[in-house]
Structure formats: C-alpha cells, structure tokens
Design a binder for this molecule. Structure first.
Ligand SMILES: [Zn+2]
Length: 474
C-alpha cells in the first residue's frame, strides 16, 4: 500500500520529524496527516470488525476512527485506500534481547528493522547491555533511527556464576538489594530475574523492587516455588518456568535440582496444577511462555535449519557462533530425555498453557529472539501467535497477547493496544482478516510506527537493507 501523495513515504530513510508531536490545538496541516480510508478496523477488545472506516492519523497519534461516509479531513492530505484491508494495532514482542553482550551484533541494522518490517512496533527487552539499549531508544525517540518502542531491564540478575552475558552476579541478599538500586538509578524499566539467584537474595530483590516501585519479572528462580514468586508479586513468568515444578508433588525436591522434562511429565498432578493456576489468576501473574522457543529448543537436534529462508537476514556470526554455542549446550542438557519425551513435553506445554488461560492467568506473546536458536526478530512473533492458537486460544485471544495485553501489562492501555482515537499511531495494515486465520498477521501491507507510514515497498526495501547488512555485520 502506498500513500497517495507520498509525503510520508518519502521520509523513510530521513529523520523522523514528528516524534515529539502532541495533539495541537490549531487545525493540523494536511502534511501532518495520513488518512486511511474504507478500511476494516479490528477491535481487539471484542473481536468486532468494523467495516468501511476512515482512520485519520495526525503526526504520531490516531486523531479519529469512524465511518468513511462521515469522515472529515482535508482532501489534499496524504491518503491510502484501505478497501479490502484490515487494520490492527502494532504488535509487541514481550521477550527480546536487543544487545545480548556481543553475542548478536547488529541491533541497529538487523534486529530493529526486522522487527518493524514484521509489524512489531514495541518490545520488552528482557536482558541486555543497559547503556546500549538506552542509546538505541534515544536515537529512535529522536527520530534518527528506525525501531520499536522499547522497555528494558538492562542486565539480568543471575546467580554467583551467571550463565549469560549482560548479567549481574548475585550471591547475597545485599547484592540483590544493591543491584535493584543501581538499576533503578541507571534508568532500567524493571528487574529481570534469571534462574540461579540464591533463595535469600531472590526475596531481598523482591522486597527492594517493591520498595523502589520497580516491577520484577523473568524466570522463577530454581531455588523458589512458583507460588512463592506469584505471592511475592513477580509480574511475569517466562518460559513457563516453575509451572511444571509447582504442578508436581516433587516440587520441594526440584528446588534442589534434578529437573528433567521426563520427570515433569511423569509426576504432573492435575489437582496441583489447577491450584497453582488459580493462584496465578488471583494474583494476575502474567505468563510469557515463549512457545516457539520451547518447541525449537526441545527439537533442536532433529531440526534442519539449513533451508530456513529467513537465515539470509542474520549475520554469519549469529548462526556459526552464538546459535551454535547455544545448540551445543542445549543438546548436552537433554540428559536422559529422548526425542519422544521431548515431543510429549511440548504437547503438554500447550495443554498447560490452555489450562492456565482457562483458569484466568493472563498471557503475553514473547519469542526470546535472538538468543533463541533460529528465533528471528519479528518473523517469529507471528509464529508465537500461531502457537497460542495451536494451544487452543481463539485467533482474537492470540492477537490480544501481542496488542491489548502488553498495553495492559505496561499500564499503557490509554496510549497503546487498540485502534482508537487518541492512541499512539502504531498500526499494521493486513491483506486478510487475522481473526479468520491467525497466520494472516503475516500478510502485511503496511506498517505505521509512531505515525510514520511504511508501505509494502518500503518494507521490502527495509528487508533488502537487512539482507545486505547481514553480509556486512560480524
Ligand atoms: Zn530471554
């Protein structure tokens, strides 16, 4: 879809002039507008599809949404005929790592444009070099760089010997409190917990984070029960961490180790699982299950990635160094779980996700890109939505995990998450109805990020630019 008039499209690789724009009292100049006429607007709250709407974007926000018949706007404003297209809110990937030490070079030239080209206009960064991500965010907000909205934890808190880069080593309760304070001062948006933090330090972190009014989220640490973390106010659990442990009568043994997927499956107790689900629902403990990555990680030794057409978008070092390193570690970690057990476990995870969902636990879409092996920035978020549907979510419910739910999670429902007047102009125009088939979120005709319209042609150029950068970056 091209904007008639092409005023906005011409801005593609020039500084974005309008970021700071807020609603202004005077009549907007036509050049501050993008008008999408006759489009079907998907209401992600209710699942209603409102046909024949005209959506007027003014600078970086949605100025109005209403029937095309009665829409008023200057006829010389840039416009797009949206007939036959479906407009949804910009998508969020709620689990990414933009600058994971130096393991995935190319945040600016690879990761960020891949996200935008796939309609991902917001991300929650779950562990990165804080200063580097803040620099990216500043450049994006100033309109000098293309990229999504970013919330970031900065470095992850892990045990005395962290497993990954961009981590802080935590041994004592005092270390934990100190880390929370330091990250708050440095401007981190929340605290990310990893698996190896000692028990006493976990609770100190939780207490200090509450005192400092910072959310904490991440892995349920190995030394703590899922129920305890939910009660302590942990905001989201990633990768279903702690759920299978808590659904087993062997939960206390698992606190000391010995966890395997085979043991999880063998000791899964429906009544315990239901009890935990009820607690997560009561506390509204968000679940970001990273299902694509769960599947990918569990089947890594039997998956042939060599034919993946998306591999051309990522640098050789991602494939040959970082993803290879993860693959080797993961395969070693399978231990006694053979392929049949692992396949069963992935199926069980989908079943558990649906059970938690039915019980009222809220869900977020996240991918763990790019540390997840062959989990691609942007592309894989669409696969994640398909996994939710495979688990039993309706297409609407799946779509909510990447739109309305992130807005609620971030306390930004007033600004984001739906196609409504007054909201930030982060939008995706689709060729087909995603509520009929969730895979239609991949049929992207245009992406609007912070009011800037990128046509299908612009997005193709963006991807070609990434492909060229992937050959350059190392
Ligand atoms: Zn992660």
């Amino acid at each position: 879809m091209r904007v008639k008039n092409c005023v906005r499209a011409a801005l593609l690789f020039t500084p974005m002039l309008y970021f700071a724009g807020t609603a202004n009292a005077q009549k907007p100049s036509p050049n501050d507008l993008v008008v999408i006429t006759n489009v079907s607007v998907v209401d992600v709250r209710t699942g209603a599809v409102l046909a024949d709407q005209t959506v007027i974007l003014e600078r970086n926000h949605i100025a109005s949404v209403g029937p095309s018949k009665t829409a008023k706007y200057p006829r010389n404003a840039p416009s797009v005929n949206g007939h036959g297209y479906f407009l949804i809110p910009g998508l969020w990937d709620m689990h990414v790592h933009l600058v994971f030490g130096d393991w995935f070079p190319g945040a600016q030239d690879i990761t960020l444009p891949l996200l935008i080209a796939n309609g991902v206009t917001g991300v929650r960064d779950m562990g990165s070099e804080l200063g580097s991500v803040q620099d990216l965010r500043n450049e994006i907000e100033a309109g000098r760089m293309l990229g999504p909205r970013i919330f970031t934890s900065g470095p992850m808190l892990d045990g005395p010997k962290p497993r990954f880069p961009s981590s802080m080593a935590i041994t004592t309760a005092e270390d934990g409190r100190h880390a929370v304070n330091e990250l708050k001062q440095r401007g981190a948006d929340f605290i990310k917990l990893q698996s190896l933090i000692p028990r006493e330090a976990v609770f100190a972190i939780a207490e200090e984070a509450k005192k400092q009014e910072m959310a904490f989220a991440g892995h349920v640490p190995d030394s703590v029960r899922a129920s305890e973390m939910s009660e302590a106010g942990m905001k989201s659990f990633e990768h279903l961490a702690g759920i299978f442990e808590g659904s087993s009568p062997n939960e206390d043994d698992f606190l000391n180790g010995g966890k395997t997927e085979g043991r999880f499956l063998a000791s899964y107790d429906t009544a315990r699982a239901a009890e935990l689900a009820a607690l997560l629902a009561k506390n509204q403990t968000w679940q970001c299950p990273t299902l694509v990555w769960e599947r990918g990680g569990n089947l890594i030794d039997v998956t042939d990635f060599s034919k993946d057409g998306r591999a051309k978008y990522v640098p050789a070092s991602w494939k040959n160094k970082s993803w290879k390193r993860f693959t080797d570690e993961i395969v070693k970690g399978y231990g006694t779980d053979d392929i049949a057990v692992r396949k069963k476990f992935i199926e069980k995870e989908l079943e558990v996700v649906q059970m938690l969902h039915k019980a009222g636990a809220p869900f977020l879409a996240g991918t763990d890109t790019p540390p997840g092996v062959y989990v691609f920035p942007g592309f894989s978020l669409h696969e994640e939505l398909q996994q939710f549907v495979a688990a039993g979510f309706t297409p609407l419910e799946a779509l909510q995990t990447a739109t309305l739910n992130p807005a609620r999670f971030l306390g930004m429902e007033e600004q984001l998450g739906t196609v409504e007047k007054g909201k930030q102009a982060d939008l995706v125009l689709l060729n087909a109805n995603p509520l009929q088939d969730i895979s239609n979120t991949q049929k992207i005709a245009a992406v609007i990020v912070n009011g800037h319209y990128y046509s299908g042609k612009d997005l193709e150029k963006m991807l070609a630019g990434v492909e060229a950068a992937a050959r350059r970056v190392n």
